[in-house]
Design a protein around this ligand. Structure first.
Ligand SMILES: NC(=O)c1ccc[n+]([C@@H]2O[C@H](COP(=O)([O-])OP(=O)(O)OC[C@H]3O[C@@H](n4cnc5c(N)ncnc54)[C@H](O)[C@@H]3O)[C@@H](O)[C@H]2O)c1
Ligand SMILES: [Zn+2]
Length: 372
């Protein structure tokens, strides 16, 4: 397992990471503008044709971030497939429309899909690429901070069913991930801030320096300074790349990425996925799970307070709306990741150190949730 993070000599301010999966290894480049690196990778892949999948909002603002590099790599007329912005596009219907458009564009087995957008576009286009002609190449060009720190790396793709989120999907690793931090300048404030819930999560899992750096001075990252964000994002993706390289399909170790998520997902499910942004729910989950950890004797009592203080400074929510702890427990047991209805958590034990804990007593969880 390795996920190197050497600065890329060819582009100042750029960080190159490798997700090490043997023959399916791929580069992740994080830079203020990763366009040239994207063009170089497309040229190297030597594909027969390419399409861009994006949503209407991102397309209007940033389409050239995909079409420009594609043109530089010899694909000047790549069609752009646009879906409406928003979670509703993560549907089988929308996937069908994307697949039809890929067919109309004449994409063959050596074709390439470039996913330009947030997690919705990444999941949808990744899923379409996974099943089109039994699988074609996809490159992720994430444009939300959430997608840039988390969802674009790792190869999970999915669409939703009316019965629940992410119920249909495939593991399909991208051939590269190209993060341009400059595009974050146009991201609405709420979308930007909520991603810090995931960033704090990486601080709790392994990235002590990231957590402490934000405690010391969150201002450059919050001001969206492209160079500060390049460092923050590269740190998160290096951590994720290492975990994914060790356990690609979530046989065990990858579950560590669920810090903050068992409580976070339960809050999202209880409120119909409309009340909280995902990263905001994770931020609340980080605090509750640190409290749970302390009650179980796995963390010192001050960890939760430290997480809470940092998250407040980052503008994240730390208190949920009032909710029924028993309903939250039911949601946790029904979670895709629950094994046989038993409660499994990835719990923060200290800044930079988390552990997977099986069979946590529901009564203890209930007490922590009820205490608020
Ligand atoms: N595959 C994974 O591992 C994984 C992990 C976490 C989340 N996800 C999925 O990600 C999705 C959420 O992703 P998201 O939070 O990125 O939401 P999103 O893709 O819906 O994007 C949020 C909004 O921001 C707009 N937008 C995107 N980039 C912009 C930019 N640079 N400037 C201005 N506006 C921009 C979009 O048009 C959209 O309206 C969920 O469906 C979730 O299930 C997947
Ligand atoms: Zn998440």
């Amino acid at each position: 397992m390795s996920a190197g993070g050497a600065p890329d000599a060819s582009a100042p301010g750029s960080v190159r990471i490798t997700v090490d999966l043997g023959a399916r290894s791929y580069p992740v480049v994080v830079a203020p503008d990763a366009g040239a690196a994207l063009a170089a990778r497309v040229a190297q892949l030597d594909c027969s044709g390419a399409v861009v999948v994006t949503d209407e909002s991102v397309g209007a603002l940033h389409e050239a971030r995909a079409t420009g590099p594609l043109a530089d790599a010899g694909h000047p007329d790549a069609p752009v497939i646009r879906v409406p912005a928003g979670e509703a596009s993560k549907s089988l219907d929308a996937a069908g429309r994307v697949l039809e458009a890929m067919r109309r564009a004449g994409l063959d087995r050596r074709g390439l899909v470039v996913a330009l957008g947030g997690g919705v576009v990444g999941d949808l286009a990744g899923f379409a690429a996974a099943i089109y002609l039994r699988g074609v190449d996809v490159i992720q060009v994430p444009t939300t901070l959430l997608a840039q720190v988390d969802s674009s790396v790792g190869g999970k793709t999915a669409v939703n069913l009316p019965a629940g989120k992410n119920l249909v999907g495939a593991f399909h690793q991208p051939r590269g991930v190209f993060v341009s931090t400059e595009v974050l300048a146009s991201l609405p404030a709420g979308e930007f801030t909520s991603a810090f819930g995931e960033i704090v999560k990486y601080g709790l899992i392994s990235e002590t320096g990231l957590f402490e750096g934000l405690e010391r001075d969150p201002a450059p990252a919050l001001a969206r300074d492209p160079r500060a964000l390049t460092q923050v994002i590269a740190t998160c993706l290096r951590a994720k790349a290492a975990v994914v390289a060790a356990d690609e399909r979530e046989g065990g170790a990858r579950a560590i990425l669920n810090v903050g998520h068992t409580v976070g997902h339960a809050l999202e499910a209880l409120t119909g996925y409309v009340r909280y942004r995902h990263g905001d729910a994770v931020a609340i989950g980080n605090v509750y799970e640190a409290r749970l950890s302390a009650v179980l004797g796995l963390a010192s009592d001050d960890l939760a307070g430290r997480v809470e203080a940092l998250e407040r400074r980052l503008g994240l929510p730390v208190d949920p709306d009032p909710f029924d702890p028993d309903a939250a427990l039911v949601a946790m047991r029904g979670d895709k990741k629950a094994v046989g209805g038993r409660l499994r958590f990835a719990l923060p034990c200290a800044v930079g150190r988390s552990e997977i804990v099986d069979d946590v007593s529901p009564e203890t969880v209930r007490r922590v949730l009820a205490a608020g």
